[in-house]
Design a protein around this ligand. Structure first.
Ligand code: CTP
Length: 398
């Protein structure tokens, strides 16, 4: 199942290091070429010879040693790898990689590779729960690194809780699944916007809308699992960015406009966000005090991000949304043309199960080639798959 795949296994210094031998053995049985890099600490737990015998490849332990049979530099392994698997991944390696430290063979190779990287976490429960460690994990997942989470159980140190290395069988299955998944968007770069934006009135108040961001986040998650490199530009939401996306948080429509303009060099742009169309003319740097009478406020227009992208686009597939309360078809088709889109996903937000902040949607997709597809109520994750199917089809037609 893994025949011909080059898998680099990084072994770090934890009690579970001996289990990495089982993982390497299972990878070999699946037909993979396995190259092991050991950190200095890990060699205190297991002898390099063990991995050398199982992998049948020279084990790299120190970047300054003579090349021996190995063809030198960390760069060659970084290039050769189809996948990196760090097992066990200690808090130390997570902290180093998350903070850009490259001071040994494993960390330099990891920094130099473009291959997907999986960390099979294993450490003491308290270390695992430590907020620095958790924020390092989050940082890495935001950058697109994958985590194989630890199991709960009795640890070598006697503590009971999460931190036990996942079962070697499951670790190897994760690697197999990685290569088995059909990936229609493999290598494609997709920019997705999501959520509402906020326009400040004074230091304590703002205007916004009911967008939850759920549709855009669902598309981002599915696009990652279909192999795309995803940049998610999102206004403030309650959601956690999906694992593996490059996440850019923004607040105002102007912020979102700037972030989109800086990230236009992609294959596909999907604008699921609901940016505020207006901002207040006179932002008050002091809190506005209440008065007895009616209050009025002037608003000026924000840039229409999608329209601008439609003017600038070259090869990109451009997908827009239309959230309407009336004349859905007419308004959606108008936006499709005026914003120069490939297709538009329209929904009537007044209909039950199709509005803001729910997990479902009822959409109709209007294509620039005149085709219309109307769908029943479905989960936003299913809508995401339909949108990405259409995107994949458009990319193929190019
Ligand atoms: N959009 C945008 N920038 C804006 C407003 C909207 O990029 N300032 C995008 C949205 O992300 C969506 C599409 O345009 O993909 C349609 O948004 P929608 O709010 O339905 O319509 P508007 O274009 O704002 O028009 P109107 O408010 O008149 O319905």
């Amino acid at each position: 199942m893994l025949s011909g795949k080059n898998i680099v296994v990084g072994v770090t210094g934890g009690i579970a290091a001996y289990k990495a031998a089982d993982v390497v053995s299972r990878l070999k049985k699946q037909g993979a070429n396995v190259y092991v890099i050991m950190t200095e600490h890990s060699t205190k737990f297991v002898q390099p010879l063990t991995f050398q015998s199982i992998s049948q490849n020279y084990v790299v332990t120190d970047m300054f040693e003579d090349p021996k049979t190995w063809d030198v530099e960390h760069i060659s392994l970084a290039k050769r790898a189809d996948l990196f698997l760090i097992v066990p991944a200690t808090a130390n390696i997570i902290g180093k990689v998350a903070n850009g430290i490259a001071d040994d063979m494993l960390t330099t190779t990891l920094m130099a590779t473009l291959a997907p990287v999986y960390f099979a976490l294993a450490m003491n429960t308290k270390m695992y729960e430590n907020r620095i460690m958790q924020s390092n994990v989050k940082k890495l997942t935001d950058y697109g690194y994958q985590m194989i989470l630890p199991e709960s159980g009795r640890l070598a140190c006697g503590d009971v809780g999460a931190g036990k290395l996942a079962n070697p069988e499951l670790i190897v299955q994760t690697v197999i699944d990685h290569f088995a998944r059909p990936k229609p968007l493999s290598g494609k770069r997709i920019l997705i916007t999501a959520g509402p934006t906020r326009e400040a009135i004074d230091p304590v108040r703002y205007i916004t809308n009911h967008s939850s961001g759920k549709m855009g986040y669902a598309i981002a998650e599915k696009a990652v699992s279909q192999g795309a490199q995803v940049t998610l530009i999102s206004g403030p939401t309650q959601l956690t960015p999906p694992v593996g996306v490059h996440y850019i948080p923004v607040v105002s429509t102007k912020d979102m406009f700037d972030a989109v303009m800086e990230n236009l060099d992609v294959d596909v742009i999907i604008k699921a966000a609901a940016p505020a169309d207006y901002k207040v003319v006179n932002y008050s740097s002091e809190k506005i005090k209440k008065n007895d009478a009616v209050m009025s406020m002037d608003f000026e227009k924000n840039p229409d991000i999608l329209k601008r992208v439609g003017e600038l686009k070259k090869h990109q597939i451009l997908v827009g949304f239309a959230a309407e309360t009336q004349n859905v078809e007419a308004y959606a088709k108008k936006k499709l043309i005026e914003k120069n889109l490939d297709f538009i996903v329209a929904n009537d937000v007044t209909v039950k199960n199709a509005g803001f902040d729910v997990d479902t949607n009822i959409v109709t997709i209007y294509d620039k080639n005149g085709k219309t597809d109307a769908y029943d109520c479905m989960e936003k994750s299913e809508v995401a798959l339909i949108i990405l199917d259409k995107v994949a089809q458009k990319l193929q037609e190019k």
